[in-house]
Design a protein around this ligand. Structure first.
Ligand code: FMN
Length: 335
């Protein structure tokens, strides 16, 4: 069953609710992930602020960081109650902050611990519990090490894995370098799928286009795209048709902006800074005329007091196209 062959990766400081709502205007079907939220934060923090989302963002997966089975089970239940479609455990993040909390990529060295976490989460919810991990860490980076990790966690009932196809060096490389310096090893991910065909294997890392995604889909069940989703979001306009065989046309870039306006009006009227939303929209016109003027107008104006829908309309007027005039009509919204 090919439920979600394409997803947008969890990215801290990027895949917040505003970015996700924006992406949803471009693709209705692609699975979206939250940023990683720690189990401790969910336990102690303001849940609505941390976990709140608009139903339009669905299908939506919550990614959690943690290593305490009981706490993770509790968080999984909260996620299910709030309407998330999936809960994902982060076993891929190499940052020091995360290691000192003892979760993220360092958990790859403890497959039994991850299995306990997954078992507890699965017992608590009926939505899928999935794991995102690396192909290895430090010296523990042979194919057999990853295969052992996946087999152990799968025995606890997890049958969907997202594999970031590069290892992480936990000492000495920054998280950013850990996303570029270790080489990509797609063949290890393909081999995992071949050897464990009963598992749903999603491949991640360095995939920049839908045509590359289609190539990977010949050997993996799903593709997850991170940085390219943020830097070139409109590549997802063809996703519903090309990946999900949907028969409707995507919104044009201009229509995407117009679809965002009621949302922007709603949030800015509540006191949210325009920049919090439009910072995620800067790359919408990437590669087409007007992109630079669009970005400059938004960057220069979206932090000003009172910035809102008019600011976005003015930025859009810089982009050549059929609808560069101010045509937004306020409408009542129930959000
Ligand atoms: N991976 C996670 O599992 N959880 C995170 O919260 C997370 N935050 C990230 C933040 C940024 C800014 C970036 C660039 C990546 C982050 N990642 C995180 C890793 C991505 O999910 C993804 O695995 C990685 O970027 C490789 O995919 P890509 O080459 O398509 O970007």
């Amino acid at each position: 069953k090919r439920l979600h062959p394409l997803s947008v990766a969890p990215m801290m400081d990027r895949t917040d609710r505003h970015f996700r709502y924006f992406m949803r205007q471009i693709t209705r079907k692609t699975l979206l992930y939250t940023e990683m939220i720690t189990a401790q934060a969910i336990h102690h923090g303001d849940r609505n602020k941390l976990l709140g989302f608009d139903p339009a963002e669905k299908p939506l997966a919550l990614q959690i960081g943690g290593d305490n089975p009981q706490l993770l089970a509790k968080c999984a239940r909260i996620a299910e109650d709030m309407g998330y479609d999936e809960v994902n455990l982060n076993v891929g993040c190499p940052s020091n902050r995360v290691q000192s909390g003892h979760f993220g990529a360092c958990l790859m060295a403890q497959p039994e611990r991850v299995a306990d976490c997954v078992a507890a989460m699965r017992a608590a919810v009926s939505i899928p519990v999935t794991v995102k991990h690396r192909i290895g860490i430090d010296e523990c980076d042979r194919y057999e090490d990853m295969s052992h990790f996946v087999t152990t966690v799968a025995a606890a009932g997890c049958d969907r894995f997202t594999v970031h196809a590069r290892k992480a060096w936990l000492q000495g490389l920054s998280p950013k370098d850990n996303r570029t310096i270790p080489p990509l090893r797609y063949d290890d991910v393909y081999r995992l799928k071949q050897e464990q065909p009963q598992l749903w294997i999603e491949i991640n890392g360095g995939i920049k286009t839908l045509s590359h995604s289609l190539v990977h889909l010949q050997q993996a069940d799903a593709v997850m795209i991170g940085r390219a989703a943020y830097d070139t979001p409109y590549i997802f306009a063809e996703a519903d048709h090309d990946i999900y065989a949907a028969d409707y046309a995507p919104l044009t870039r201009h229509q995407v902006v117009l679809a965002m306006l009621p949302y922007i009006a709603h949030w800015t009227e509540q006191g949210t800074k325009l920049h919090s939303i439009t910072r995620h929209m800067l790359q919408l016109f990437h590669g087409v005329p007007g992109s630079r003027a669009w970005k400059r107008h938004l960057t220069d104006n979206s932090c000003r007091p009172g910035a809102g829908v008019d600011t976005v309309n003015a930025a859009l007027a810089h982009v050549p196209g059929p609808m560069s005039k101010n045509i937004y009509q306020p409408m009542s919204l129930s959000m």
